[in-house]
Design a protein around this ligand. Structure first.
Ligand code: 5AD
Ligand code: SF4
Length: 446
């Protein structure tokens, strides 16, 4: 092994690099707040940071591998400069492979799991003494109570309301990396949402691995589900839009569906993964629902909110998936007419039941199925966008467009809409959706 250059033990600047899902983005923001509370500031653009937090994702092999290539790159840069940044590995790879990371990567000083990052300050104290620290405990809710107050200033903010998963789909690492399902208390969420709005958030996306499994008690001590929480948050002045992701079909309560017909601030968008269209495959995946029961839920949403945009996740090439079974996935795609989707090749994950199943599908066959699926999904997305032409709506501006003078925002249906007009990030602009492309639409300010 090549010699290690000295590691920066008293970092003044940091950078958090988040991979994977929106919950990781949320965790990344909260870790930034922990570091800021300690007086460590964000490194300037293009500048080397003293402390680099790799907030990793373990969901598929490709994502997990990035962890080691990033560590390698940082270590190499450190050797060149004769001074290595303090490297902390956070997120789901830290949770799943903490010991292995410590054994394989001497350049790493801190390994911190997704339920333990409120204890980063203690870990930094250890690092200051030149010691390495690992914390992958899963005390669940304790983290949120121990974190500093929200400081995030952004028109669109994430708020984790639920974490973990008890479903144990046979392909998935989440129940192992994020632990059991827990819900944060109602009053804490109302308070955090209020803080975010005070600091400029106009849109809040409620996050959870099974966000619609959220359960709690409202201010009067009555049992509440996600629908109840959304109704309460909708009463916050200044909050314009509410979204939530990701839902599981088996946790879908009628009250949440009803909220889509009653709460104006709740956006007409639903991310409800189905993963596959064949009941045999769904069973092997331990999804605990059928294609038909899934379609029934979609029907209920459309009954209360006919324009709702449906989005989903798909896995192609689950072990044993036949061509005919894959064709059932294409059929369900045609039935639902998704507005947007995420689709993946099955990736065997260590420790999950599906990884040892017989009938693993050859990579070429998976690639070919993924291509066919994505072509079909793109057709539906384009059709959904075309059907939006002529609609009047508000867009929330979230970034500058490609050309000077252009701005990009999100429609209620989460489409990217660009305008050629003066605007600023955070503006709510009334537009008519004029022209649909496959991935975005042109809006004309009203
Ligand atoms: N292989 C491929 N995709 C996966 N997902 C979860 N686990 C795997 C895996 N082992 C996908 C599912 C899930 C999304 C977040 O990632 O579609 O909904
Ligand atoms: Fe993974 Fe299934 Fe839980 Fe989603 S519901 S996090 S896919 S185990």
């Amino acid at each position: 092994m090549r010699p290690q250059p000295p590691i920066i033990t008293a970092p003044k600047t940091y950078r958090v690099k988040s991979y994977g899902c929106q919950m990781n983005v949320y965790d990344g923001e909260r870790m930034s707040e922990v570091l800021a509370a300690r007086g460590i500031v964000p490194a300037g653009e293009g500048e080397d940071a003293d402390l680099v937090v790799l907030n990793t994702c373990h969901i598929r092999e490709k994502a997990a591998e990035k962890t080691y290539s990033d560590i390698g790159r940082l270590a190499a840069a450190g050797r060149e400069k004769g001074r290595s940044p303090l490297i902390a590995v956070a997120g789901c790879v830290a949770q799943a492979e903490g010991e292995e990371i410590m054994a394989r990567a001497p350049a790493v000083s801190i390994v911190v799991g997704p339920q333990a990052y409120h204890r980063l300050p203690e870990m930094l104290d250890k690092a200051a003494k030149g010691e390495r620290a690992t914390d992958t405990d899963m005390p669940a809710i304790a983290k949120f109570d121990a974190l500093p107050e929200r400081r995030k200033r952004s028109p669109s903010a994430f708020l984790t309301v639920q974490e973990g998963c008890d479903k144990f789909c046979t392909y998935c690492v989440v129940p192992y990396t994020r632990g059991a399902e827990i819900s944060r208390p109602f009053s804490h969420l109302v308070a955090e949402a209020g803080k975010l709005v005070e600091q400029g958030a106009k849109e809040i996306t409620l996050l959870g691995q099974n966000v619609n499994a959220w359960a709690g008690e409202d201010e009067k001590g009555r049992a509440a589900g996600l629908g109840g929480l959304i109704r309460r948050l909708a009463a916050i002045d200044g909050l314009e839009r509410i979204r939530y992701t990701t839902s599981h079909p088996n946790d879908m309560a009628d009250d949440l569906i009803a909220a889509h017909g009653e709460v104006d601030k709740l956006m007409p968008y639903l991310h409800l993964p189905v993963q596959a269209g064949s009941d045999r495959v769904l069973k092997a995946m331990n999804r605990q629902h059928t294609a038909e029961s899934y379609l029934k839920i979609i029907e209920k949403f459309r009954a209360v909110r006919p324009d709702i945009a449906i989005s989903g996740d798909f896995i192609v090439g689950f072990p044993g998936e036949s061509e005919a079974e894959f064709a059932e996935t294409l059929s369900i795609v045609d039935e639902v007419r998704y507005a947007q989707c995420f689709s993946f090749k099955y990736s065997p994950r260590p420790g999950t039941p599906a990884a040892t199943l017989e009938g693993q599908i050859a990579p070429e066959a998976m690639a070919e199925r993924l291509h066919r699926l994505q072509t079909r999904l793109a057709e539906h997305q384009h059709a959904f966008n075309r059907a939006s032409e002529g609609k009047a709506c508000t867009i929330l501006i979230d970034r500058k467009g490609r050309n000077p003078g252009q701005w990009l925002g999100k429609s209620p249906w989460l489409q990217s809409v660009w305008i050629d007009a003066p605007a600023a990030i955070g503006d709510m602009v009334s537009v008519t959706l004029a022209e649909a492309g496959p991935n975005s639409l042109r809006g004309v300010p009203a």
